[in-house]
Design a protein around this ligand. Structure first.
Ligand code: ADP
Ligand code: MG
Length: 449
């Protein structure tokens, strides 16, 4: 049975590529079978396929051969072709409102913000699952759904995705999406034009109300008051409400207690800062999109990893970086190397530098390996101390702007050549020793986070 051979092969691959690569690149491969010595896998995107081909093809073929399945070439098919191709929805068409009162329109929905384009990972899986559930529009189980998290982590994207999905599934219902700021603006306008009755009626007639960035109304007393009434009226009618904010309800300063406590009645889920794996996934899916507009421009694995490491947390900035990189590369008509990336994105990279200090690195590394800081900095040459010391030096070189002599001074006054030797040793080992590669990634991530 060929599936069994693939099972065996994956076990071998796990050891060969390491845990992270395995879960990012090997696990998602959908084994389709082997014909004429060609093994075929289903992949989510063609970028994914290219990446796997460039980086893991040999290992995959080798492990299949060892598992008893002779193969010499690898080919890819796109998974669910249909959902990848563009849905026949024109840009910026709103989910239909049942009534023709044009005033019912909320804010415009962004055509890119759909579930299809949302990359799910550990930090956002709960928020995504809750959003998905609500978008099915069946019974109102969580009311309100309250999504919160830092800037650029996907709150607005998820809300638009819910609105799109509801609009497709149930074209007859009134879905209103707007920012808290727009809510206030309309409220003030209604007051000024003496149309409060219309305003109330309008908001009480929607089936699903979504208010984005609700922290905005904190401290704005009459808007809060009106929002509270609208909210209660809709909840009483069992209408779904979805709210987002930059922090948890109880932590929004100057938000009335009674509002905060009502907001907590439903399901409160947070979007955590992105992880390295999620950033890789997001980059991969965006690169795929950009390659449609910029055919022929490729991003090497080293560049993708560099971006995922260096631009942590905020996805909007990550996206901006990618846009600029593609535009720049197409202008200068050059291959995108790390050097080009650094040049082109120097301001973004500088701004998102975490400013990790040598001391932090030393502390983290000694904790990780369970050795005393004094032993790491001291003169002992035992491998138990020397290896962590070299790893710490390597991380200092990678993650701080300190020069080799400066790093040497902070490691118990060592010479810069010692530091250089240590850094090289780790660079070398990193490619050969999975354990070390993994340790470094773990440390790096926790230092970045
Ligand atoms: P927020 O509202 O939380 O500040 P947004 O929803 O506006 O953040 O997201 C910022 C940008 O990042 C958007 O372009 C969005 O499409 C993108 N983005 C955020 N998270 C993801 C994700 N998980 N997958 C794909 N794109 C994402
Ligand atoms: Mg937003």
């Amino acid at each position: 049975m060929t599936d069994v051979a693939w099972d065996t092969a994956t076990k071998k691959l796990f050891g060969a590529v390491g845990k992270n690569n395995f879960s990012t690149w090997i696990e998602p491969l959908d084994f389709r079978g082997v014909q004429d010595n060609v093994v075929t896998f289903g992949v989510p995107t063609s970028f994914f396929g290219n990446y796997v081909r460039q980086n893991f093809a040999e290992k995959i073929l080798e492990s299949l051969n060892i598992a008893g399945l002779p193969t010499s070439r690898i080919s890819f098919e796109l998974l669910n072709e249909r959902s990848v191709s563009k849905a026949p929805i024109a840009q910026d068409i709103q989910p239909k409102a049942a009534s023709d009162r044009s005033a019912l329109k909320g804010a415009k929905l962004d055509a890119r913000f759909k579930f299809d384009n949302f990359v799910v990972g550990k930090p956002n899986e709960l928020a995504h699952a809750a959003a998905k559930r609500v978008s099915e529009g069946r019974d109102v189980t969580f009311n309100p759904l309250f999504l919160y998290g830092g800037v650029g982590l996907g709150k607005t994207h998820l809300m638009h995705a819910i609105a799109w999905e509801l609009g497709e599934r149930q074209p007859d219902i009134n879905v209103m999406y707007l920012s808290a700021e727009q809510f206030m603006y309309r409220f003030v306008q209604a007051l000024r034009e003496r149309k409060m009755m219309d305003f109330k009626e309008l908001f009480r007639s929607v089936d699903v109300l979504m208010v984005d960035d609700v922290q905005f109304i904190a401290g704005k007393d009459s808007t809060q008051e009106e929002f509270f009434h609208t909210f209660n009226a809709l909840v009483d009618q069992n209408k779904q409400i979805i709210i987002s904010a930059d922090r948890a309800p109880g932590e929004i300063k100057d938000l009335e207690d009674r509002i905060a406590s009502r907001l907590q009645c439903g399901l409160v889920v947070d979007l955590h800062p992105t992880t390295y794996e999620l950033r890789l996934g997001i980059l991969q899916s965006k690169i795929e999109m950009y390659q449609e507009s910029y055919p022929g421009i490729e991003l090497g694995r080293d560049v993708v990893e560099f971006l995922a490491h260096r631009i942590a947390t905020n996805v909007r900035i990550l996206e901006g970086a990618l846009t600029r990189l593609f535009a720049f590369a197409s202008l200068v008509n050059r291959e995108i190397t790390i050097e080009l990336t650094k040049d082109c994105l120097s301001d973004i990279l500088r701004a998102s530098d975490r400013k990790v200090t040598v001391e932090e690195i030393q502390r983290k590394v000694s904790d990780h390996y369970n050795i005393r800081l004094s032993d790491m900095l001291g003169p002992k040459r035992l491998r138990t101390f020397a290896r962590p010391r070299q790893i710490a030096m390597y991380l200092c070189k990678q993650m701080t702007t300190r020069s080799l002599p400066e790093i040497g001074r902070r490691f118990g006054g060592r010479d810069h050549t010692t530091v250089m030797h240590g850094v090289r040793r780790i660079e070398d080992l990193k490619d050969k020793d999975n354990q070390i590669a993994e340790d470094i990634q773990l440390l790096r991530r926790s230092l970045e986070g």
